[in-house]
Every structure is written in C-alpha cells, then in structure tokens.
Write a protein that binds this ligand. Structure first.
Ligand SMILES: [Zn+2]
Length: 278
C-alpha cells in the first residue's frame, strides 16, 4: 500500500472504532492527517464515521481548499486547520463526542486533577475550550488558546479534541480522555477522589523524558494567564497519596511525635497491654 492508501485505511479503521465505542453518533466527529508538508487527508462531511470507505476521503491544502475527492471536507475542518497552523509537530487530529468526557464539557468541569499517573505522563491536564458554535470561526479561536500546551481538550457543550504524532496516537489520546472521564465520574459518585501530591506530579513529569513522551508543555501547579503550561490540581506537601504510607515514625521526628500503626499492630499492642494488667 502507498502511504496515502495506508492512511486512508487507518482513518476508516479509527472511524469504525470511534462509532463502535459510542464516541460518535450519526455523522458526528472527524479525523484528519497531514499528507506531506502542505496537504491534509480528511474525513468528508455528512458521513457516519462507522461506515466509511477509503475512497470517501478528501484531500485539502492547509487553507482548507479541496484538491481531491468527490465529497466536501468535514464541516469542522477549520478547527483542524487551526491545530495544524499552531502545532507544526502535530500529524493527526481526532474530534468526537464521547459521552462521559462530553458530559464533563457540558458541566463545565475540566479533567485537570492529579488522579492517574498515566494520564499525567501523557496528556497532563485536559482543559475546556470555551463554547463556540460548531463549524464557525469562533471554534478555532477557542481551540487556539489551549492547543499550544495540550494534546487533548474538551470543547464546552460540544465534545473533545485530541492530536498526535500519527493517526493512532491522536485516536488513543481520545480513548484516554474518555477513559479518564469515566474513572473520574465513578470516583466522584463514590464520594472521594484522592489526589496525588504536587511532589508526585513532578516525579511523574520527570518520567516523561525516560518514557520518551513528547509533551507540548510542562505541568505546573499554579494557573498561568497565557495558558502556556498544563495546569494540574495537586495538593502541596507530601499529604494525599493514593496509598498512604504506613510507617512508624520515631517520636519527635515530625514535631508532634505521631506514630502510625496498622490496625493489626494496634490490636496486638492493646492485647499486650491488657495482658500486662492481668
Ligand atoms: Zn463536533
């Protein structure tokens, strides 16, 4: 298969997966990939992404002018064009309406809490781009604010957008966004969401390099006006961890002489004390 044919086949397969997983309904969603320096291969408008064939794709230039294809390119093409303009490193863009992530986008709740190590090392935080009418020029403007620092974002009252260094990379980030949204929803329904500490977040950030993960921006704990980093909510200090350290600290070591014991150790001590009183 030539490169073009392989990419057409990849778009068909990713469209099929997105539809099968319920990330899109009806004709929702769109997928694009760079074809060399100045052209894009893109899904057509008004087609169910679950039933595409390779010949349906359009080829456009970077201004969105159609160069090849019987069908017109996606109505949300402008959003894709804006991503390619802002991020020369990005090779592929995926947009869908996965229900749980989109629920967070509707509720106005970003996925920016330090909860899962894998999400932190790959996507960092997942902000929400302000609402804009789909297929208008306002939507690319809303995306522009966040795309330089993020590979994935929610679109307020609309859906989600992910980008990558190839088609599957962009698609897997969409899976991660939806998976993270589901886990966050379950944790919040259960009434507790233990956050990783800021120190742990910084350790995970250091791991990015050793895993060869190329993130577009560093993680930061404080909000920056220019959205130049990935803001993650994580408590300062070595407090909240998913699994608390169970250690016996020597008296006076941390000021108040606190000693932490497991339930079993505490029970054994009480038994011993009771025995000594007999
Ligand atoms: Zn959409």
């Amino acid at each position: 298969m030539s490169g073009d044919a392989a990419l057409r086949a990849d778009i068909v397969e990713i469209g099929r997966r997105m539809y099968a997983r319920g990330y899109t309904a009806s004709n929702d969603g769109n997928i694009s990939v760079r074809l060399g320096a100045d052209r894009l291969l893109m899904t057509p408008k008004s087609v169910c992404k679950g039933f595409m064939t390779p010949d349906m794709m359009c080829i456009t230039d970077l201004t969105g002018r159609k160069l090849e294809g019987d069908r017109d390119p996606s109505s949300e093409m402008q959003m894709h064009l804006e991503v390619y303009r802002q991020r020369p490193d990005v090779q592929a863009v995926v947009h869908a309406h996965p229900p749980t992530a989109t629920g967070f986008a509707v509720a106005g709740i970003p996925l920016d809490r330090a909860v899962l190590a894998e999400v932190l090392t790959t996507l960092g935080s997942i902000p929400i781009a302000e609402y804009a009418t789909p297929s208008t020029k306002e939507l690319p403007a809303a995306v522009r604010k966040h795309i330089k620092a993020h590979d994935g974002m929610l679109l307020a009252n609309h859906g989600a957008l992910t980008v990558g260094s190839d088609l599957y990379g962009a698609y897997y980030k969409m899976e991660t966004v939806e998976h993270f949204a589901k886990i966050s929803l379950v944790a919040r329904l259960l009434g507790r969401e233990n956050l990783l500490s800021r120190e742990e977040v910084m350790r995970l950030q250091d791991l990015r390099g050793s895993y060869g993960i190329k993130a577009p921006a560093p993680i930061c704990a404080e909000a920056q006006e220019d959205a130049s980093c990935q803001i993650v909510q994580a408590p300062a200090g070595d407090g909240a961890r998913l699994v608390p350290d169970i250690v016996r600290r020597p008296a006076g070591a941390d000021g108040d002489g606190e000693i932490r014991l497991t339930y079993r150790e505490l029970s054994a001590l009480i038994e011993e004390a009771v025995r000594s009183l007999r």
